[in-house]
Design a protein around this ligand. Structure first.
Ligand code: SF4
Ligand code: SF4
Length: 411
């Protein structure tokens, strides 16, 4: 399950270090996925206890400027009464499997340890008998200390941490407010987590500066003992240019080559030992299983956002006025999840696919990827093609012989 999809981003893989914990959480992950496939309401809400506030100023961040949506606010914090309301509503909305709390930001640790101690206490107070719960948190890692790590380990939080590679690659965009690279602090946070028995999932943004270093990055993560990795392509549109992107954005073919290079080493050396989300998504097609990562699903709508003030948005990448459905103080989470507008947001992903995608040989693997990236034209001049198409075509075609071999083995 996933933060980034679980977030987009993310169902993720956050597991503890010891073998027994790893087995336990792997089984739990399978249970969640199988339950998610059975339930009538399948979702993963990103809850933002500190809103868009962050202690870092990464150049590519897509969420910092969401502060503009809350004029007059300087510190964004979820109140205690809203926290309790959210916990109750999430439990009511969950129709199968564990209740999953996906804490996101900005930087969620800014809400403070006291806030999270309160949250887990309220979770226990309201959890229906027979129901289970899980917590996942996505952090930039720089605020982690002994107290945080002890708490996260004790409460069995799954942790996602953002690292963009070795020092040079990581520091190219991930900087603090003074413009200083954050690599040392993040690695310290990562090591503290490991010391407390947590192996975090690494979320690596692939951008123009690090896309040329696939093996350096992959081997660096392996040297940290990482078992769970997600590679997220950076695509930032250039204002005023219908098909243009910023120079920081990853070029599609380069992204495809990055994935292919890592895939080849993973198949050769690490399969069964390291989980890489996009590879697992490709492999799901060998078993005709639905995707778990929203960007490759046929429908959107399963990863909405609840902001620190209770505002409900359709998706983490569409936190804007058009996709603001209301506030959970006024209507329940269930009401928003089942709302026709949210459903329409979800089904539009498939219904707006260009014919070029519908006739694509890797459609089942890609499904046109995320609508936020669909802003270029097909060779026959249809609108709505994904900017990353060329890269995905390269990568998914590259994996097809392997996926087919896996399919044959399981026939
Ligand atoms: S728009 Fe759809 S695919 Fe993109 S992040 Fe949101 S839910 Fe996922
Ligand atoms: S690879 Fe390109 S053509 Fe194929 S489904 Fe994905 S975006 Fe569409």
């Amino acid at each position: 399950m996933k933060l980034s999809d679980i977030r987009c981003e993310t169902l993720c893989y956050f597991f503890f270090v010891s073998q027994s914990y790893t087995v336990f959480y792997t089984e739990l992950h399978s249970l969640i996925i199988s339950n998610m496939n059975q339930v009538s309401r399948e979702f993963q809400v990103f809850i933002k206890p500190a809103g868009p506030e962050c202690n870092l100023h990464c150049r590519y961040c897509y969420y910092l400027d969401k502060a503009d949506r809350f004029p007059g606010e300087i510190h964004f914090r979820m109140s205690d009464d809203l926290l309790e309301k959210y916990i109750i509503q999430l439990m009511e909305a969950t129709t199968g499997g564990p209740v999953f709390f996906a804490w996101h930001g900005g930087e969620p640790l800014l809400a403070g340890l006291g806030f999270f101690r309160k949250a887990v206490k309220l979770q226990r107070k309201h959890l229906p008998s027979g129901q289970t719960l899980m917590n996942g948190i996505q952090t930039n890692g720089t605020l982690l200390n002994e107290d945080w790590c002890a708490f996260l380990a004790e409460e069995r939080f799954m942790v996602g941490i953002s690292i963009d590679g070795p020092e040079e690659q990581h520091n190219s965009f991930r900087k603090d407010g003074a413009g200083k690279g954050t690599f040392e602090k993040v690695i310290k946070g990562y090591e503290l987590l490991v010391k407390h028995g947590i192996i975090p999932e690494i979320l690596c943004v692939v951008h123009a500066e690090n896309v040329g270093f696939p093996l350096e990055i992959y081997r660096f993560f392996k040297s940290l003992g990482a078992k769970f990795m997600t590679f997220l392509p950076l695509v930032v549109r250039l204002p005023g240019s219908p098909e243009g992107v910023t120079p920081d954005s990853v070029p599609p073919e380069a992204f495809g080559r990055f994935l292919m290079t890592v895939f080849d080493e993973w198949v050769e050396q690490d399969i069964g030992n390291v989980k890489i989300q996009i590879f697992e998504e490709a492999l799901r097609t060998a078993f005709n299983q639905d995707h778990t990562l929203c960007i490759f699903k046929k429908e959107c709508g399963g990863v909405p956002v609840v902001e620190h003030n209770g505002d409900f948005y359709s998706c983490d990448h569409f936190v804007d006025q058009v996709h603001l459905l209301g506030n959970i103080r006024n209507n329940s989470l269930t009401w928003y999840l089942d709302h026709p507008v949210q459903k329409a947001f979800g089904t539009a992903k498939w219904s707006t696919l260009p014919d070029y995608c519908l006739n694509c040989e890797v459609l089942a693997m890609c499904n046109g990827e995320c609508p936020k990236n669909r802003f270029v034209r097909t060779p026959s001049d249809e609108t709505g093609l994904n900017y990353l198409c060329a890269g995905y075509k390269m990568f998914f075609n590259h994996t097809r012989p392997f996926v087919e071999a896996v399919r044959q083995m399981h026939l």
